[in-house]
Design a protein around this ligand. Sequence first.
Ligand code: IPD
Length: 293
Amino acid sequence: MVTDEHLDPAEPSSAVLEELERLCVDLAVAAARLIRDERPQQVGVAATKTTDTDVVTIMDQRSEELLHRLIRGARPDDGILGEEGADVLGTSGLTWVIDPIDGTVNYLYEIPAYAVSVAVVTGDARTEGGWRALAGAVADPSRELVHHARRGGGAWTVPESAPAPGSPTRARRLAVSTEERLGRSLLATGFGYDADVRARQAEVLRSVLPQVRDIRRIGSAALDLVRVADGSVDAYAESGLNAWDLAAGWVIVEEAGGVVLGRRGHRPGKALTVAAGPALVQPVQALFDPATQ
Ligand code: IPD
């Protein structure tokens, strides 16, 4: 099993972490402005991926191109891994893991729940369980907010127009909900694009629904994780996530006092990702993890 010690042979100094966090914020805000301000009247589907409903828009591609260019300019030795195909092997040991639009279907339908997710990770970003995020930012263009964190620095929300990390006047510090009762918990979840996977996820929800207050399907994993971090949902669970869906949200949840788990004995990832406050996370894991049933 990969442990955090294996992933952090040499954690960067706090000054470097702060610089990385600041860059995460700047990058996420730049891409958020692009996809909001330059959104064409007809967005249109540029391509499909795993299924006919797993779409890529021209703005996903433009957002990833912008992030790629800015990262190469600022940190030429770092790697890049992006949802729409960016794949650069770096030499520094750090990799930028980017989702240029998380919640693409919402973006396509003009439902204001989509995000840009930017994280910088150590370890092997291409191997599930092989990496750990050092800092991350999730920009929410519809609300003109950016949520961000770095290891040891707390989790924060700032207006897009004043995104300096730690800005004393306008930053709001995030904290997970203190709800401990499963039956009172509002649980965010999501579904994959593949029909068979969705059928299995619906089956799991049959047993979950009677045991929680209610569920929410917001349509952006990055925003679901931010909602756990700011306490506006009590927990989140989903299977099928990729590194770019969860890297930034993971560090934000942990810095807000929450816990992110996978299946029992595994790190968060495709099989399962669960996020909640410390008292709730294992009961929620047990609802979704066949290994605990
Ligand atoms: C998707 C969203 C959705 C989640 C899916 C993700 P995308 O990302 O985060 O909420 O349920 O698992 O794939 O495709 O919009 O970048």
